[in-house]
Design a protein around this ligand. Structure first.
Ligand SMILES: Cc1cc2nc3c(=O)[nH]c(=O)nc-3n(C[C@H](O)[C@H](O)[C@H](O)COP(=O)(O)OP(=O)(O)OC[C@H]3O[C@@H](n4cnc5c(N)ncnc54)[C@H](O)[C@@H]3O)c2cc1C
Length: 287
């Protein structure tokens, strides 16, 4: 590893001043779980890492008056997993955490790093996109808000400039929502996903009135299944609809092959898991 500097600013202004919009060898450091792997393998050789651990504005989990949750970017995944507020207001996140890597990684990795990294094989981006979450980004020009669904533009690429930071993520109220996250791994149970499917539905006596379904790990960025969402609109769930949703999802996506499965295999996974995730959200057993 080549020598590099670690800066530990105590204010956002100092952190932003230490970052660079032009130099890719200067990066923010959160839990370091991804950065260290990239540095050990020689893919990334930093000249400066800007640690965010002393920034008070980047910490904490708080309830919003509208019934949502605000989570500081430097909050560890383990803190989110064990938060009684998250369990009460967004239990789907707690459930997803249990199969995200292992205790060691969840203790280390932070929600800001999990969202900013841009690796298509992560669990939080599709889930938080489906839940309608948004990030608050701070930079030299001030603050802006971006939906998690709009954060990704390509393989390991986000809309974040080199001198911008995710300060927090806000999850809206999920009252009255039916949510689920289904993950398929092809190695160990806690591996990076071969497929992740996140579902967020509003449904009543007259059927499904709103649907948002986002899949991860099949393409370069989390992908919203708009055709499937349209098919579900106004319908009441039964086994035929679950099968139709799975078929439509497989037709809508163009999966890419990777170390966890070929494109054809992933298409088959999508067909099965989209139906399963919708069924899980509605508490129905898929046949
Ligand atoms: C063995 C192993 C298994 C794993 N399995 C899974 C899995 O199954 N599912 C899953 O979802 N994840 C998994 N992870 C975690 C995932 O791969 C990343 O390592 C993790 O999400 C990165 O979080 P971090 O806080 O450590 O980020 P870091 O490594 O510190 O940073 C990652 C990137 O984000 C940038 N960054 C960090 N914070 C900010 C911020 N606030 N604003 C702007 N940019 C920022 C950094 O500059 C860097 O580019 C696994 C990790 C390991 C090591």
């Amino acid at each position: 590893m080549s020598p590099f500097e670690i800066a530990e600013p105590a204010t956002i202004a100092d952190a932003l001043a230490l970052l660079s919009g032009d130099d890719p060898d200067i990066r923010p450091l959160a839990g370091g779980s991804a950065l260290m792997l990239m540095m050990k393998s020689g893919v990334f050789r930093p000249t400066r890492l800007v640690s965010l651990r002393r920034l008070d504005e980047f910490t904490g989990i708080a309830a919003t008056p509208e019934g949502g949750i605000r989570i500081g970017a430097m909050t560890s995944l383990a803190a989110i997993e064990h938060s009684s507020l998250v369990k009460q207001r967004a239990p789907v996140i707690v459930e997803a955490m249990r199969r995200l890597a292992n205790v060691r990684v969840r203790n280390q990795a932070c929600i800001g790093g999990a969202l900013a990294h841009g690796d298509p094989h992560l669990d939080m981006p599709p889930l938080l996109a489906a839940l309608g979450a948004e990030v608050t980004i701070v930079g030299p020009e001030g603050e802006r808000k971006v939906a998690v669904a709009d954060l990704y533009v390509g393989y390991y690429q986000t809309v974040l400039a080199g001198d911008e930071l995710i300060r927090e993520v806000s999850i809206p109220s999920l009252a009255g929502r039916h949510t689920a996250y289904q993950k398929c791994t092809t190695r160990s149970a806690d591996d990076w996903p071969a497929l992740g499917v996140a579902v967020n539905l509003r449904a009543g006596k007259s059927g499904i009135s709103e649907a948002r379904i986002v899949v991860g790990a099949v393409a370069e960025i989390p992908t919203q299944l708009r055709n499937v969402e349209m098919i579900l609109q106004g319908r009441t769930l039964d086994q035929a609809l679950l099968a139709q949703a799975g078929e439509a999802a497989a037709a809508e996506l163009s999966p890419t092959s990777d170390a966890r499965g070929s494109a054809a295999y992933k298409r088959q996974l999508v067909k099965v898991y989209v139906g399963r995730a919708i069924a899980a959200a509605m508490d129905v057993v898929a046949s």
